[in-house]
Design a protein around this ligand. Structure first.
Ligand code: GAP
Length: 513
């Protein structure tokens, strides 16, 4: 656990030190769970967004994009169910005055049971040495079985109580488990209450004409309310999809784990409209397609898993998360939901406008069913960034910090470094940069010894360093250094564009899907 914490602290401090992510309004002591993307972060985020957009929109002739407003008519959120049901159960500690999500307190308790299982496993592995069979141990050790059963029973009871809105039982569970305020150890709790996560605001200047609005808590509704507009203007035939990326806002009670859970974040969502009755098939298809997209980035197959939901949201007939192994364990990265016709039917009811599709093959009108894929861009950023940050010991015994970002996503593709600040080397380096910058985001750096410049580029994930030296003056060749292997090669200046393109080309990466 200490190790995981250390690793995560390194991720957060590296993101700040190297200009990826800053706390919002830091000079005023920051704003909790709100972050700003700095010079390198904004490039990485943009590249992830583009990688998603290319795969989802450009590569599918039956998927089109949309950029709907953040402000929407307030009835949208009544129809979508967010006004009535977009709640988290919260509980306050009367002594510390701290507010918690009741379900998270309980989940953290269960996570501690999982830690205990992990410890038993480590102890037993040490005891039995090479002959240790971890699968058998987990299935038969009475203590492990006890922890597992206890955890499962707790989660089952919590799920049932939350599902039935039995908040008294959620509090009873917290008391029975003797869960204390993590800050003070106090067990003096209030009742559990539901708390709506939407941020409210107002539109209009005068008190009588102003209207109460919400900042959208998901981008999906902008797609649903535009379903007919897009379908008709684009002459779209079912099955087809509408994709969108954009900001969403949630007044999260538990705001922690850096950019994992933010109050202002960005989503990349697809709503895929299908014929009723075919949703299961499309749901399975999108689950696999989305997993393949993740795997194409090469962060390691073992770092992903599906979590199929037992408890479904009010709009879904099937749902799964793609979970990723973050520094603090496996957590939801992306959600895939079979949303039935809930949203379109509800908007039809609340707006009084028909949101149907005429299927020429069946010769009938119907409200399409929807399969949704919903990925948090910031969460994806954290997955890529934390997985890529590595420390390695070099042959000479020194340590190197390297951000092994997938080259296609790297903020800067190449750095051009004149070996010395004289003899005409900076001029040639700048000329190379002028040429490459039409196609790639490149950087020029002439400060410090070249070894230190390499390390700076390693730390921000630049896949290539190009060094101009005295040999360049004679034969138009430069040294190209590869970030991951640190191998160096002498190449012609005229070959640089092709060498870089070969590694960073989106097509090459997406073809791995
Ligand atoms: N339209 C469906 C929807 O919004 P969700 O599971 O609530 O579903 C989808 O959110 C994804 O958005 C999550 O898998 C996660 O990646 C991201 N997300 C949700 N809440 C977030 C938050 N507070 N901060 C960062 N990302 C968040």
């Amino acid at each position: 656990m200490a190790n995981q914490d250390d690793q995560f602290k390194k991720v957060v401090s590296h993101a700040k030190e190297y200009g990826f992510v800053f706390q919002s309004s830091e000079i005023y002591d920051g704003l909790s769970a709100v972050y700003d993307y700095a010079q390198n972060g904004v490039e990485l985020k943009k590249n992830i967004r583009e990688y998603w957009w290319k795969a989802m929109v450009q590569m599918h002739e039956n998927i089109v994009g949309l950029d709907a407003s953040i402000f929407m008519h307030p009835t949208t959120w009544k129809a979508s169910g967010h006004v009535d049901a977009f709640n988290d159960p919260l509980i306050d500690n009367k002594d510390s005055k701290k507010r918690y999500r009741a379900d998270v307190l309980i989940e953290d308790y269960v996570a501690k049971l999982d830690d205990k299982i992990e410890k038993e496993l480590v102890k037993a592995a040490k005891r039995f040495g090479d002959s240790f069979d971890s699968v058998q141990f987990l299935a038969t050790n009475p203590r492990v079985i006890g922890y597992k059963e206890k955890g499962e029973a707790i989660l089952k009871r919590m799920g049932k109580s939350l599902g039935e809105e039995n908040l008294t039982d959620v509090k009873a569970l917290i008391e029975e488990l003797e869960i204390a305020c993590p800050l003070t150890g106090s067990r003096n709790w209030t009742e559990v209450k539901q708390f709506n996560l939407m941020f409210g605001t107002k539109i209009g200047a005068s008190a009588d004409t102003s209207m109460d609005l919400y900042l959208r808590p998901e981008t999906a509704q902008g797609i649903f309310v535009n379903f007919s507009n897009v379908q008709k203007s684009g002459r779209m035939k079912i099955p087809f999809g509408i994709a969108q990326t954009g900001k969403a806002f949630r007044n999260e009670i538990v705001a922690r784990q850096f950019i994992f859970r933010m109050r202002e974040f960005e989503q990349m969502e697809l709503q895929f409209f299908v014929r009723p009755g075919t949703q299961k098939e499309w749901y399975e298809k999108w689950k696999q397609t989305r997993l393949k997209w993740h795997l194409s980035l090469g962060l390691g197959k073992e770092n992903y898993r599906f979590h199929d939901h037992d408890k479904l949201a009010h709009y879904a007939d099937a749902a799964a998360d793609i979970e990723f192994k973050f520094p603090f364990g496996f957590k939801e990265l992306e959600g895939i939901h079979s949303r039935t016709d809930f949203d379109l039917a509800s908007h039809e009811k609340f707006s009084g406008k028909k949101l149907q599709y005429f299927d020429p093959e069946l010769n009938e009108h119907y409200i399409p069913y929807v399969v949704e894929t919903s990925l948090g861009l910031d969460r994806m950023f954290l997955a890529v960034f934390s997985n890529s940050l590595q420390e390695e010991e070099l042959e000479n015994g020194t340590m190197r910090t390297v951000l092994r970002l997938p080259a296609v996503l790297a903020p800067t593709k190449a750095a051009i470094l004149p070996l010395l600040k004289k003899d005409g080397l900076p001029e040639i380096a700048r000329k190379i940069m002028e040429d490459l910058k039409w196609d790639f985001n490149v950087d020029y750096d002439e400060k410090d010894a070249v070894g230190r410049r390499y390390r700076r580029q390693d730390a921000v994930g630049t896949p290539f360093c190009i060094t101009v030296d005295h040999e360049t003056l004679a034969d138009d060749t430069v040294t190209i250094r590869y970030r991951d292997t640190m191998a160096q090669k002498r190449v012609k200046i005229s070959e640089l564009g092709d060498i870089i393109r070969e590694e960073v080309d989106v097509k090459k990466w997406l073809m791995k899907m």
